[in-house]
Write a protein that binds this ligand. Structure first.
Ligand SMILES: [Zn+2]
Ligand SMILES: [Zn+2]
Length: 366
C-alpha cells in the first residue's frame, strides 16, 4: 500500500507536506502516480486567498501521470490499463444525467461546477483528490485522456492551457482562416490561444501585455508567431492595431488577462463590427472601468463568457502538442518538487523578487 506525499493547503500561503495512505482500488476506480502537475493562475490565487479554497485541500488540477492500479470496470470504461500515461480532466462527470448526456458534463447534476479535482477537502476519503501529490485517486466519475508517447509528462501538462487556448481562442469564437484576432494577456493561456488561432489559420494576431514584467512574455508571443505585440501601459492598443493592419480591427478578441479591470473596455474598443469577445479573465470584482457599453450595441458585438474546457478539446490539444509544430520549448519553465511549491506559487503571484516562469510545473520527487 504505502504512503502518498502531498502538499496540503491549510489557509492563505500555508502549504504543508503531509502523508496519506494510498487507497486500494475497487472495480470502478483507480490510482494514478503523479508525474507532473501544471500550475496556472488559479493555483496562485488559491494559495494567496484570492479564490476561496475548501481547506484543507490538496490543490492541483492539471495532472499527468501513470495508472498505478485500476479496477476492471474502470479499465474497460476508460480504455486504459496499468502503466498507461494519462492526463486527468479536473471535472468529474457521472455520464448519465441530462447535462452529461448532452456533453456539458462540467455542469453534471451529480458533481456540479465546484466538485473539481484540486478543490476537494481532504476530509473526503481517500483524500488524494489533487495533483500536488505523489498519488492521485481517480473516482469512478473521472475522465482521463491518453498521453501520446512523443510527449514527456511535463510537456503533456500543457494539455490544460492549450486546451483552453483552442476552446477560447478558436472554438467558442469560431475563429476562421483569414480572421483578425486580438489576445489580451500574455500569460500561458494567452500564448496558447495565440498558437491555437495561428493553427486555425488566423490572418493577423496581436497580443497585449501590461508593463515591463510582461515584456519577456510579449517577446515569446512574437517567437510563437504574433504579428503585433503591444504593452498597453506604453501604447494605445487600438491605435497600434489599426496602424499595423491598415485600419482594420479584430474579428475575435480573447481576454485572458488576470486582474485587469480595464481589459473589457479595451476588448470592446479593439472589436470590429460583428466581432466576438471571449471573456475568460476575471477582474476580482472590480467592474470594467473604461468600458463603452454603447459600443457593444453599435458594433453588434457578441460577448461570451468562458470558464472551462472539455475532454474532446483536451484530446485536440494533446495531438497538437505531439505534432511539435509550434516551439513550446521556448516557454520558460520551472519544475519543482512538492516542498518547493510555496516558493514557486509566491513568485507566480508576483509576491517575490524572483520573476515567475511562464510555465510552472510540480514534478514530485524531482
Ligand atoms: Zn489551471
Ligand atoms: Zn452527470
Amino acid at each position: 500500500m504505502g504512503e502518498a506525499r502531498a502538499a496540503v493547503l491549510h489557509g492563505t500561503e500555508d502549504l504543508r507536506i503531509e502523508y496519506f495512505p494510498i487507497p486500494k482500488t475497487k472495480e470502478d476506480d483507480a490510482v494514478l502516480r503523479v508525474e507532473a502537475c501544471g500550475l496556472c493562475g488559479t493555483d496562485h490565487e488559491l494559495f494567496t486567498g484570492q479564490i476561496a479554497a475548501p481547506c484543507p485541500v490538496i490543490p492541483g488540477h492539471e495532472t499527468v501521470g501513470t495508472i498505478e492500479s485500476i479496477g476492471e470496470v474502470a479499465a474497460l470504461k476508460w480504455g486504459v490499463g496499468v502503466g498507461d500515461r494519462v492526463a486527468v480532466e479536473c471535472w468529474q462527470a457521472c455520464g448519465r444525467c441530462a447535462q452529461c448526456l448532452k456533453g456539458t458534463y462540467r455542469r453534471c447534476d451529480q458533481h456540479g461546477q465546484t466538485d473539481l479535482y484540486g478543490m476537494i477537502n481532504t476530509e473526503r476519503q481517500p483524500a488524494l483528490y489533487g495533483g500536488y501529490a505523489t498519488h492521485h485517486y481517480l473516482s469512478p466519475d473521472s475522465l482521463v485522456l491518453p498521453v501520446p508517447d512523443q510527449l514527456t509528462s511535463v510537456e503533456a501538462t500543457l494539455f490544460n492551457p492549450l486546451g483552453a487556448g483552442i476552446k477560447w481562442g478558436v472554438e467558442i469564437p469560431d475563429t476562421q482562416p483569414g480572421d483578425y484576432v486580438a489576445i489580451l494577456g500574455p500569460g500561458i493561456r494567452g500564448l496558447c490561444a495565440l498558437v491555437a488561432a495561428r493553427d486555425a489559420g488566423a490572418e493577423f494576431i496581436a497580443v497585449t501585455g501590461y508593463g515591463s514584467n510582461d515584456h519577456p512574455r510579449l517577446e515569446l508571443a512574437k517567437a510563437l508567431g504574433a504579428d503585433l505585440v503591444v504593452d498597453v501601459a506604453e501604447s494605445d492598443p487600438v491605435k497600434s492595431y489599426r496602424s499595423a493592419t491598415g485600419g482594420r480591427l479584430a474579428d475575435v478578441v480573447v481576454d485572458v488577462t488576470a486582474n485587469a479591470p480595464g481589459a473589457l473596455g479595451q476588448a470592446v474598443a479593439l472589436s470590429s463590427v460583428d466581432a466576438t469577445i471571449v471573456m475568460a479573465g476575471v477582474r476580482g470584482q472590480k467592474g470594467a472601468p473604461g468600458l463603452n457599453a454603447d459600443a457593444i450595441i453599435w458594433k453588434e458585438l457578441t460577448l461570451k463568457g468562458a470558464l472551462g474546457v472539455d475532454a474532446p478539446v483536451y484530446r485536440k490539444a494533446l495531438s497538437l502538442l505531439a505534432e511539435k509544430k509550434f516551439p513550446f520549448d521556448l516557454l520558460t519553465r520551472q519544475e519543482v518538487d512538492l516542498e518547493e511549491t510555496s516558493e514557486l506559487l509566491t513568485s507566480m503571484a508576483g509576491k517575490s523578487d524572483v520573476a515567475p516562469p511562464v510555465h510552472g510545473v510540480i514534478v514530485p520527487g524531482s
